[in-house]
Design a protein around this ligand. Structure first.
Ligand code: SF4
Ligand code: MG
Length: 328
């Protein structure tokens, strides 16, 4: 099927200052990335902090425009952030953030906040909104009593359910979840992830699930893109990427969070500094941490290469034949 969302060669650069009076430096958060999300599928974007994955999520919703490249939603160019057509598109594409407390107003009962998007978009009368709020509460495993409470009277997991209920009340086609369970206890994480899996299946939602945690991404995603310093270094089905990772960085992530039944490969242990977008290494940006790095890796940036349909990786050591199959 045609993609619901596509990002084509998107680049996003921020200006940051070193120190209070320091000279401004350009920091490239995302560098020429292309990705697609089809209706009803979940794409996991995994990477460490500074990999550019949150910036990808914001560009996917048009909250930020790329400096170059394009974002298309349902076949049309993403409107400018804040424009009238962008506001009307927001009911079709919603966001779930990491920090539910920060995203909620402490002075309002949560049911009112769940209904806010309906007011913003002028959907339904008072009675229809009340019915939609009740349905959203129920759908996310909350009661009418929860709805009458204030954010601080709910647990972290319940607050995240409120955020999900609010994001889904306009019946969007795309949900972007940026580290939605990272702030929660592990036992609660599983409940919220299972809720998202159920809602995604019931409603045929497309989802971008952004996380630094490969274990969580694995549970929920059909496809996975691994990001490192603004680039995709590997992409494929969750099954392929996690059972047979090709890129040394993905192998390191998988080694740190082993997948049951995964191919036994050389273990790659991550060493060195976490990635810093303000000091991008030459050549392959992963080379200071890569146990397999050669002189070529320090000089030349590997190109993201198609290995098989839907399967891409960027590493000089990955051999591929013209037929496009990975040679082992
Ligand atoms: Fe490691 Fe070189 Fe591959 Fe980069 S290109 S991941 S440094 S082997
Ligand atoms: Mg982030």
């Amino acid at each position: 099927s045609a993609p619901l969302l596509s990002l084509n060669e998107v680049t996003r650069t921020y200006t940051s200052r070193k120190g209070l009076f320091g000279t401004p430096v350009a920091v490239q958060a995302v560098a020429g990335v292309s990705l697609e999300v089809r209706p009803g599928e979940t794409l996991g974007i995994v990477g460490e902090s500074g990999s550019g994955k949150s910036t990808m999520g914001r560009m996917a919703l048009g909250l930020e425009a790329p400096d170059s490249g394009s974002v298309r939603f349902d076949g049309a160019a993403m409107p400018d952030p804040g424009s009238e057509s962008w506001r009307s598109l927001r009911k079709r594409a919603q966001m779930v953030f990491q920090d539910p407390l920060g995203a909620l107003d402490r002075r309002l009962p949560v049911a009112d906040q769940i209904g806010e998007p309906l007011e913003i978009h002028g959907i339904g009368d008072k009675a229809a909104r009340a019915a939609a709020i009740a349905r959203s509460l129920e759908m996310t495993g909350l009661s009418a009593d929860h709805g009458r409470r204030f954010p601080h009277e709910l647990s972290g997991g319940q607050r995240q359910r409120v955020i999900i209920a609010r994001a889904l009340i306009t019946d969007p086609e795309l949900l972007v979840c940026d580290e939605p369970v990272s702030a929660l206890d592990v036992s609660i994480q599983a409940q919220v992830v299972n809720l998202l899996i159920d809602l995604q299946a019931e409603r045929g939602l497309a989802m971008i699930f952004i996380s630094h945690d490969l274990r969580v991404v694995r549970q929920i995603s059909q496809r996975v893109a691994v990001m490192y310093l603004g680039h995709i270094v590997e992409e494929g089905t969750a099954e392929e990427v996690l059972r047979d990772p090709q890129h040394p960085y993905t192998r390191a992530l998988v080694s740190a969070a082993p997948v049951p039944g995964a191919r036994q490969r050389q273990r790659v242990i991550l060493t060195g500094e976490p990635p810093n977008p303000a000091a991008r290494p030459s050549g392959c940006a992963f080379h200071p941490r890569c146990p397999l790095a050669t002189d070529r890796c320090r000089a030349e940036m590997p190109v993201l290469t198609r290995l098989a349909p839907g399967r891409r990786a960027a590493c000089h050591l990955i051999q591929h034949t013209p037929a496009g199959m990975a040679a082992k």
